[in-house]
Unconditional design. Structure first.
Lengths: 452, 452
């Protein structure tokens, strides 16, 4: 039986597992063969009472491995049903960056109780790490890593690795310091294999291409790591003392989280750190409804505008085209700002080529306004058979498209300049602004032409 | 002078660099100190004639390093001005996964000319790799990696590494095969340091937690690598022969590209593989305009609907509220589908908990429809002072919100089932559908209540 079908069976018969029925005992045998990462997903989907009944029954080592794969919310749940001894082991095994994440999600009381379970040194380390913002290099670095000193020989370094290995993580790049812990360079793990046992680390180490300070923004670091093609980066204090590293695992997490945040900001969602099921219903409801209500009220401004141009709009079929006009404005501005946001995120768009970008977008705005204007005229004339009306609609649409491209390309750049995430501009906020502007432009052009 | 100001100076005086003026010669000295990754950005922003004048003047080794950091479009441009010898060196140095990417962007003629420059073995390798889809494991794997055989001793393995190192890449996980190249496990690079020289690889190797086949989708692999917390994954043939690996560098690239694609699909943009400036103007214009025109025409369907309910809508202020109603529908459906897309992308939402998700969203839809209905009533009554009108608007909005949550949560799941990227459903397509449905619902409810 493969893992997938075992998992499915476990899910369907979770109650039997909890009850230790004859079928349950059979299932147990299979359950122990499943990869801890998959078991962690199994537990995360379980109702609380089943979780509490089944999780403690797993053998200790497997329980600890599953624990490492849990989301922070599931870790909190698991800690509540673990023995004191298991908790101590589980917490002390986590690398420092995951430990800070977990402790950030504790209530004050849980924090106090769990802090107590850490070994003295980890506790001190954790407390000093929790001072850094979770969005900064200091907040995401792993401090449990092996470093070497430049005048060590290869042989001595290998002994050190052997001694520290179970407690400290080894990455492919090992950072090198001088005797007073100041960062001086790095070696690659394979250098220890390939260099002679008596050669000194300092004689073959490489310079660091990128060094992060504790307060640097994690998104910026991720972008620089990609730019220089690096899979890890050292973090240093103001005095250049080595503090920890940002590993490729962390880089991947940061990229995925930042991409999620962008999508959320583009979709009328407040950025959320937790998974969908880890957020309580009432909080998700609050986060979703207040933005929608805000947008509804902002949008209803169009009603007021249209009312004041009522006489003009009631002519012919003019009123029936507002939807088409303002939707096109919203789509155009979204499309443009998404391009800018992407360009900024990937580094394609940078201060050195902003001018070239603006020139290109002005041209693009004009070209788009021409073809969309023609399309709108065709559609309107087909519907109304009224030439002046169709021309009015087409003119309004062209004007709206030019404004949409202008705002869509400039607002993300402006936000960026004021250190606001440009992703906010794609999506509903800019679209609502374009709705209001679109109605204004349409009404003004209608009045200009029909005079009413 | 720091790198940033050197770069800025180079940019402003690129003509001097090209002309070899006295100032230019001064600049050259600084230019040679800049990191190749930054020089590559400098060149990518340069006009063609300056690129062609300056790039060939760089010292050979630096030129080759800059080349490695170039985007595919810039690589093509650089190859055009490089000597035969430099081209051979540059192409043969690229790892197999980057080489296939580059060759995919060549025209047929360029392909032929450049294929000729590869060493015979790389050429054969490349040709066999180019048969795989660039979205599959086969298309993104690196084949230039060192593998070990299970009955090698540590000592022999180290000799092998020393011999192959300049030509092959070493990653932290080294995969292990049997004598007939069938994958049997992996070791960590540090094992070679920590194990005794005479112990055999097979005696301490670990089982592989995840193995990819050549035709597996790259997005799925990236998701599984994150699930199991792996930074590399081996790719095997149907007969389990080792073919190559997907490294953490590639994982990062895949995640960033897939995130870009999601944002594009959510923003009325066709997914684009190239950077903004690498896409010719007319192609970008085409990609942007045809989607906008399509949406415009689809949207204009609302005009037809409203026309047929004209008599009802002309009552009171009913017509002035259509914008507010349909925008709210679009925002609600976007918000909901973004949540689903995110959940699917991060693995929070999986077949095991889809039911729980649907239950939760039904409740959420009802809750949202209540509070938004109240908000809409308040807004409408404040504006019209007409009770029946305001109730009508509020009822319509509530109905629209329920439909928006229903479609927003079910359409991405349906798309996924039919193997279409769910990201298509967030953004303009679903929003346009909601516009049309919104107008229909509104008109129907108006007629029901006012009967006209």
């Amino acid at each position: 039986m493969d893992e997938l079908s075992i998992l499915q069976e476990l899910r369907h018969n979770a109650q039997e597992l909890a009850d230790n029925s004859p079928l349950g005992q059979l299932l147990w045998k299979n359950a122990l063969k499943v990869h801890p990462a998959d078991l962690s997903s199994f537990f995360e989907d379980l109702d609380d009472h089943l979780f509490d009944a089944i999780f403690p029954k797993f053998p200790r080592e497997l329980k600890l491995e599953i624990f490492e794969h849990f989301s922070d919310a599931a870790k909190v749940r698991a800690l509540a049903v673990m023995s004191e001894q298991d908790k101590i082991e589980a917490l002390n095994r986590l690398p420092s960056d995951e430990l800070t994440d977990l402790f950030d999600s504790f209530s004050d009381e849980e924090l106090k109780a769990n802090l107590h379970l850490l070994h003295r040194k980890s506790r001190e380390n954790l407390l000093s790490l929790m001072k850094f913002s979770p969005e900064s290099a200091g907040g995401i670095m792993n401090t449990d890593v092996i470093t070497l000193v430049e005048d060590f020989t290869v042989e001595k370094s290998i002994h050190l690795l052997q001694r520290l290995r179970p407690r400290k993580d080894i990455y492919q790049q090992i950072y090198v310091t001088d005797r007073s812990q100041r960062l001086v360079g790095h070696i690659n793990l394979e250098d220890l294999v390939l260099e002679a046992p008596q050669s000194r680390i300092g004689s073959f180490m490489h310079a660091n291409e990128l060094v992060a300070s504790t307060d640097q923004d994690r998104e910026q670091i991720a972008q620089e790591m990609r730019h220089y093609g690096l899979m890890s980066v050292p973090v240093v204090s103001e005095q250049n003392h080595f503090l920890g590293i940002i590993s490729s695992e962390t880089l991947v997490d940061v990229l995925v989280e930042e991409a999620s945040e962008d999508v959320q900001k583009m979709s009328a969602l407040a950025p959320m750190k937790q998974g969908y099921f880890d957020i309580p219903f009432y909080r998700l409801f609050y986060e979703r409804s207040y933005i929608l209500i805000g947008l509804l009220l902002a949008q209803s401004f169009t009603t007021t505008i249209m009312r004041s141009y009522e006489a003009t709009l009631r002519l012919g079929s003019l009123l029936f085209f507002t939807n088409m006009l303002i939707s096109t404005g919203g789509n155009t501005s979204n499309q443009t700002s998404a391009l800018v946001i992407q360009g900024l995120a990937t580094g394609d768009l940078r201060s050195a080529n902003v001018r070239r970008f603006i020139k290109r977008e002005i041209l693009m705005g004009l070209a788009l306004s021409c073809v969309l204007g023609v399309a709108a005229f065709a559609r309107a004339y087909f519907f109304t058979r009224a030439f002046t009306e169709s021309i009015t609609i087409s003119l309004a649409l062209s004007a709206i498209v030019v404004i949409a491209v202008t705002l869509g390309s400039s607002i993300p750049l402006l936000l960026r300049r004021f250190n606001i995430d440009p992703a906010f501009s794609a999506g509903p906020f800019l679209a609502t602004l374009m709705d209001i502007l679109g109605v204004l432009i349409y009404c003004a052009i209608c009045r200009l032409i029909f005079g009413a």
